[in-house]
Design a binder for this molecule. Sequence first.
Ligand SMILES: Cc1ncc(COP(=O)(O)O)c(C=O)c1O
Length: 415
Amino acid sequence: MSYDVAAVRRDFPILSRVVHGKPLVYLDNAATSQKPRQVIDALVKYYTEYNANIHRGVYLLSQEATEVYEQAREKVAKFINSPGFESIIFTRNTTEAINLVAYAWGRGNISAGDEIVLSGMEHHSNMVPWQLLAKERGATLRFVEVLDDGTLNIEQLYSLINGRTKLVAMTQMSNVLGTITPVEEIVRAAHDQGALCLIDGAQSAAHLPVDVQQLGCDFFAFSAHKMLGPTGVGVLYGRRELLEEMPPFLGGGDMIMSVSLREATWNDLPYKFEAGTPNIADVIAFGEAVDYLARLGMKNVRQHEKELTAYALAALGELGPDIRIFGPRHAEQKGGVISFEYGGIHPHDLGTALDYEGVAIRAGHHCAQPLMERLGVPATARASFYLYNTKEEVDVLVSALKKARAYFGDAVRTA
Ligand SMILES: Cc1ncc(COP(=O)(O)O)c(C=O)c1O
C-alpha cells in the first residue's frame, strides 16, 4: 500500500517554488500544510460560480452553496467516523473548538474543587482555555509529566485522575516532540472515574487515521489548515448528548430557532454552535482536502511519514554528538515531527541559515512554553513532514545543517 509521491507533489503548485535561488523544501507542516490545486480550485470555483450566503436563500446560488457546505460537513463526519453530521461543528480553528468546550461545557460543569487533567506537552491552545476556566471557577489543573524519552508518564495519569476529575484534555500527537499518546487508554482512564475526555487532534487528524467512535472520546478538536485545507476552519466533534445539553457558545444569526425581544430558543445541532455567517468558501475547500486525504488513505499517509521519519532520525543521528533530538527516537512512537538543537547554534540562526538553502523549518517555543521549560531550552529547531515530502528533501535538510554548522562553527566555539 502506498501512493505515488511524485504525482502527489505535482498537485501542489507551491512545491515548485524557488526561494533564495534554491528549490523550496517545505518542512514546517506542523505549523500549516501546503494546499493542493484541488483545494485552491474549489475556492476559486465557489467565488466564481456560486458565491452566496447559505441556509437562508431561496434562490439557486444559495441552495448550491448550502448543499456543498453541508456536503463538506458530511465528508468530515465520515473522515473521523462521527456517528452523524450533527456532531460536527465548524469553528475557526482548533483553538476556537477547545475554547467552545471550555465556555459552553466548562462554565456549566466545572465548579470550585473540581479538577482538570492535562499533560506537560500540551500546546498553549489546550492549556490557556483551561487556565482561564480554572481561575474563574476555583478549579485545579493537574499535569501528567513528560518523561525523558518524550512520552507521557501514563502510570502517573492513573494516580492523577480521581473522583474530583471532571475533564481530561490531552493531545494525540505533540507538535514539538511528535509523540503519539495512547489516547484510547487515556479516554478509558477518564471514563472509569466519570470524567469526560477531550482530545486535541490538531496534529493527529492530519497524519493518522482517526476514528472518534473507536477512541470513545467526548470531544475532538482539529484544524483544516494543517491537513491540506484553508486557514480559518476548525472542527469540533462532540458527542451528541453532550452537545444537546450545552448552551450556545456565541449568540447571533443562524444559531437560533426563534427570537423575541427578550428571549431566544436555539437551533438544532450543529447549527446551535455556528453563529453568524460561517467561513463558507473555506469549509467548501476543506471538503476537497478531506476528499484528497481519503483518496490517498490515511494509513498510507501514516506509512509514508513513518518511513520518512525513520530515515530522518537516522540521517540526523549521523550528525554526531553535536545534535540533540528531543522526543521519541523511534518512528513507531511518533509522527513526522523532529525537534532538535544542533551545534549550539541558536534555533533562529539555524532557521535563517536553512532558509538560504531553501529549507523552511520552524524555530521557537512552538506555543508550548511549559514543555520548553521541561526540556530545559528556550526554543528548538523543528522539521515536520507531510505526505508530499521525500527522502531527498531530508538529505537537503541534513546537508544544509552541515553547511550551517561549518558557517557558525567558530563563532559558536568561541562564544
Ligand atoms: C497540538 C496542537 N494543538 C493546537 C494547535 C492550535 O491549532 P490552531 O492554531 O489551528 O488553532 C496546534 C497548532 O499548532 C497544535 O499543534
